[in-house]
Design a protein around this ligand. Structure first.
Ligand code: ARG
Ligand code: ASP
Length: 710
C-alpha cells in the first residue's frame, strides 16, 4: 500500500512539476537549461544570468516597488506596463495636460518628465549564503532563539559585504526560510516619463476586461533611466545622462506561434505553492468567497450609481478598480481550485508524506506536522474570517475609513505642542480635500447599510467590533450616523479644521464615525491580532519544516521557491487554452477585436479616431504579423503572479516578444497551485507597442533607439 502510494505521489508530483510551473532562481538556471533547450530555447542559462559577463539580467529592473520593467536601448529606455506607470502619469496630469486621457510623448529628451520618488533597481549579483545565515542554527531550537541567531548572522554578513561594495546589500529567505540568498542591487533614482498611450489604449477594456481573455489592452508606458556621467545612480540633475546598461534587450518583430518556447524574466511578488490542503481549502472555500461576496455587493452599488452619473463614474473609477481587481481574481481562485480538485490532490499527496514520515525515526520532526496544520488552521479560521469582514465590510465604509485619519488628532490634549497640532491640521486638510473630491455620499450610505447588515447577520457578537452590538436597527443607525457625523460633510470638516481649538476635541471624540472606527481598531488590536499572531508564528515554523520535509522526501525533484519579490525566470509555451468544455481560446488577439469591442458610449471601449484610421488603411508597416493582421495580445503557459506586470516575455533567442501584464481569471489559482492546462499569462505584443509608438503617436525616434530584429 505504502509503495503504491509513493509511486502515485511521484506521479502526481511529476505531473504537478510539469514544465510551466516554477519561478526559478536565475543564478541556478543551469539546472533548468536542458529542459528549456528541449522546449526550444536556443540560448544558454549563462546568457540569461551571469556575473562574469553581460547577460539578459542586466536589462531587467524592479520598477518602483511593485512592478517589473526592461531596458531596451543603450540610452536607458525602459518599458513597463501602463498600469505600472499609472501613478506617475497621473501625477504629471492636470486639466491642461491630461496625459491619462490623451497620452504623452516626449519628442526629445528635454521634454521627458522627472519622477522624483520613482526608483529602478537592477540586480548585480546574488550569492547563496544559507550556510552563513544558518550557522549554529538547528531545528530543535526554540523558535525565538533560532530567529535571533539568524538575524545576528545576517546583520554581520551584510555589514561585512557592505565594506566591499557600493551596491545595496540585502538577504532574503527562500523556500520558506530553508535557504538564504544575498542580493547586490544598484538603485537608480533619476527616472523620467518618456511616453504613454491614451488610457483608451493603455487601459482598453478597463476593469470589465481585467483578468479576462480575449484581451485587447495596450498596457505599456515608457520611461528612461538617468545616471551621472560615470554611469552611477544619482538623484535628479539636469547634468545626468541616459544610463548605458551592460545589456539591453533586442526586440523581435517575428511574433510567436502556438507552441513556441517563451520565458518571462521579472519580479514575481508572492506565491504559496507549498501550503497544506487545509490552508488551500480555507483560502479558496472560506476566505475568498466572503471577500468576493462583500466586494461584489459594494461593486453592485458603485455600478448602479456610476452608470447614472458621469461625474460619479470618474470619482469611483479608481476605487472600483481596486476592489474589482481582488474580487475577480479570488472568484477565479475558488473556481480553479475546485475545478482542478486542488484540495483533494493536496490531501492525497499529504497521505504519502505521512507514510514517508513513519518510515524512519529520524523523521520525527515532521510526523505531527499535518495533524497540527489542521488544528492550527481550524483555530485560525474564525479570526481570519473576522479580519476579512473588518477589512472588506467595515473599512470599506468610506466615512469610517476617512474618520480614521482624525484618530491621532482626537488623542491630542491641551498640552500637545502647537507645532504638532498645526502640522496635523495641515495634513488633515489635504486628506479631506482628496477624500471629498471623490466622495459621493448616497453610495456610502448604501454601502454602510449593506455592509453593516452583512456584518450583523454573519458575525456573532464576539467576532465583531463592539459598536455593532449596540445597533438595533441598521437603517436608523446609518441615518443618524450621516446626520450627526461631521465626516459626512465637507463644509463641517473644513469648518472644524479651519477654526480648530483644543476645546473642540470633545466634539471630535464623540463623533459616531470616529467612534466606529476606533471600535474596529480596538477589535483588531485586542481580539483578532492577539489570537492570530501566535498561530501565524507557529505556522511559519511549521511551513518551513514541511517544506524541508517535502524536499527530503523527493531528493531528485527540483523545487522552485515561492515568489518573494526577487528576480526569477519562468518558462513555458505560447499557447491558448480550453477553460471549459466547448470553449477553446486562440493564443492571440488582433486589432479586429478592438473594433468589435468598440462602443463610443462606454468609456472603456472608446476607440481613438487615429487608431481607426490606421486600422481602416491597414497601415501597420513592419509591425503586422505574417498573417497580415495587427496582433495585440497573446497568452502563454508561463507561471507568473502580481509583480510580474511589465516583465518581458522573451523568445527562444532571448528577444523581446511582449510585456506581461495579467493572467486569465480561470487560472488565478496559480498562486496556490499551478495547472498548466488552465493557467495562462497575458502579454501585450511588442509589435502592437511599437506600432502605437511609431504609427499612432509619431514617436518613431524611440523605436529607432532599439535593436530591432525583423
Ligand atoms: N489584473 C492585473 C494585475 O493585477 C492588472 C490590473 C490593472 N488593470 C485594471 N484594469 N485594473 O494585477
Ligand atoms: N496584473 C498583475 C500585476 O500587476 C500580474 C498578475 O497578477 O498576473 O503584477
Amino acid at each position: 500500500m505504502k509503495k503504491l502510494h509513493l509511486l502515485i505521489v511521484f506521479l502526481i508530483s511529476s505531473i504537478m512539476a510539469f514544465a510551466g510551473e516554477g519561478m526559478w532562481i536565475p543564478m541556478l538556471l543551469q539546472y533548468n537549461e536542458k529542459e528549456m533547450q528541449e522546449m526550444g530555447m536556443r540560448i544558454t542559462a549563462d546568457d540569461i544570468y551571469s556575473i562574469n559577463h553581460s547577460s539578459l539580467k542586466d536589462a531587467i529592473v524592479l520598477f518602483g516597488g511593485g512592478c517589473t520593467g526592461e531596458i531596451v536601448s543603450d540610452y536607458g529606455l525602459l518599458l513597463t506596463n501602463h498600469h505600472c506607470g499609472y501613478d506617475w502619469i497621473q501625477k504629471h496630469s492636470s486639466v491642461e495636460h491630461d496625459y491619462l486621457t490623451n497620452g504623452f510623448w516626449a519628442m526629445d529628451r528635454s521634454q521627458e518628465l522627472p519622477c522624483p520618488g520613482l526608483t529602478v533597481t537592477i540586480l548585480r549579483e546574488m550569492r547563496d549564503v544559507t550556510e552563513k545565515v544558518t550557522f549554529n542554527v538547528n531545528d530543535d531550537m526554540e523558535e525565538k532563539e533560532r530567529q535571533q541567531l539568524i538575524d545576528e548572522n545576517m546583520k554581520k554578513l551584510i555589514a561585512e559585504v557592505e565594506k566591499t561594495t557600493d551596491y545595496k546589500v540585502s538577504i532574503k529567505p527562500y523556500f520558506l526560510g530553508n535557504e538564504y540568498y544575498l542580493l547586490l542591487n544598484e538603485v537608480f533614482t533619476d527616472v523620467r516619463l518618456v511616453g504613454c498611450p491614451p488610457s483608451n489604449i493603455g487601459k482598453f477594456g478597463g476593469d470589465t476586461d481585467n483578468w479576462v481573455w480575449p484581451r485587447h489592452t495596450g498596457d505599456f508606458s515608457v520611461f528612461r533611466v538617468y545616471a551621472d556621467k560615470d554611469g552611477h545612480p544619482a538623484t535628479y540633475s539636469a547634468d545626468n545622462v541616459p544610463y548605458k546598461p551592460a545589456k539591453h534587450l533586442d526586440v523581435s518583430l517575428k511574433g510567436a506561434d502556438e507552441g513556441d518556447f517563451a520565458f518571462v524574466f521579472g519580479y514575481p511578488a508572492r506565491t504559496s505553492e507549498y501550503l497544506p490542503a487545509v490552508a488551500v481549502d480555507q483560502e479558496a472555500n472560506v476566505i475568498d468567497p466572503i471577500a468576493v461576496r462583500l466586494r461584489g455587493e459594494i461593486l453592485d452599488i458603485y455600478n448602479q450609481y456610476q452608470e447614472q452619473d458621469r461625474k460619479v463614474r470618474i470619482q469611483y473609477a479608481s476605487k472600483h478598480a481596486g476592489l474589482g481587481n481582488g474580487w475577480k481574481k479570488w472568484m477565479g481562485v475558488t473556481e480553479g481550485i475546485n475545478h482542478f480538485h486542488g484540495v483533494e490532490k493536496k490531501r492525497f499527496y499529504e497521505e504519502s508524506f505521512q507514510d514517508w514520515c513513519y518510515q524512519s525515526r529520524q523523521r520525527y520532526l515532521y510526523i505531527n506536522l499535518l495533524k497540527q496544520f489542521d488544528e492550527k488552521y481550524k483555530a485560525l479560521e474564525p479570526y481570519k474570517v473576522a479580519y476579512t469582514y473588518l477589512t472588506n465590510a467595515g473599512l470599506n465604509i468610506e466615512i469610517f475609513d476617512f474618520a480614521g485619519n482624525f484618530n491621532k488628532l482626537s488623542k491630542f490634549t491641551a498640552d500637545t505642542p502647537s507645532e504638532e497640532v498645526e502640522q496635523t491640521i495641515a495634513s488633515l486638510k489635504k486628506a479631506s480635500a482628496a477624500f471629498f473630491k471623490d466622495y459621493y455620499q448616497p453610495i456610502d450610505e448604501e454601502v454602510a447599510k449593506t455592509m453593516l447588515r452583512e456584518y450583523l447577520e454573519h458575525q456573532s457578537a464576539d467576532f465583531r467590533p463592539s459598536f455593532l452590538n449596540e445597533i438595533k436597527d441598521v437603517d436608523a443607525y446609518v441615518e443618524i450616523l450621516f446626520k450627526k457625523s461631521m465626516f459626512a460633510s465637507e463644509e463641517k470638516v473644513n469648518d472644524f479644521l479651519d477654526n480648530f481649538k483644543p476645546k473642540h476635541l470633545k466634539k471630535l471624540q464623540k463623533d459616531p464615525a470616529l467612534l466606529a472606527y476606533q471600535s474596529m481598531i480596538d477589535f483588531y488590536l485586542d481580539v483578532v491580532n492577539p489570537k492570530m499572531k501566535p498561530i501565524n508564528d507557529d505556522l511559519a515554523r511549521m511551513q518551513r519544516l514541511y517544506m524541508k520535509g517535502q524536499m527530503l522526501m523527493e531528493p531528485e525533484k527540483r523545487f522552485s521557491p515561492d515568489a518573494n519579490f526577487t528576480l526569477r525566470v519562468t518558462y513555458g509555451k505560447v499557447e491558448g487554452f480550453k477553460p471549459q468544455d466547448g470553449k477553446n481560446y486562440r493564443h492571440f488577439t488582433t486589432l479586429e477585436g478592438i473594433m468589435e469591442k468598440e462602443n463610443p458610449d462606454i468609456y472603456d471601449y472608446v476607440v481613438e479616431p487615429r487608431l481607426k484610421e490606421l486600422y481602416n488603411n491597414k497601415d501597420y508597416g513592419r509591425y503586422a504579423d505574417k498573417d497580415g493582421t495587427m496582433h495585440v495580445a497573446f497568452t502563454a503557459s508561463v507561471h507568473t503572479t502580481g509583480g510580474n506586470s511589465g516583465s518581458p516575455i522573451l523568445n527562444a533567442d532571448g528577444q523581446l516578444l511582449g510585456l506581461n501584464f495579467d493572467r486569465c481569471w480561470e487560472g488565478t489559482m496559480s498562486d496556490l497551485i499551478y495547472d498548466p492546462d488552465i493557467c495562462r499569462n497575458i502579454s501585450v505584443d511588442i509589435r502592437y507597442v511599437l506600432f502605437i509608438m511609431d504609427k499612432f503617436a509619431g514617436a518613431k525616434h524611440l523605436v529607432d533607439e532599439m535593436t530591432i530584429v525583423e
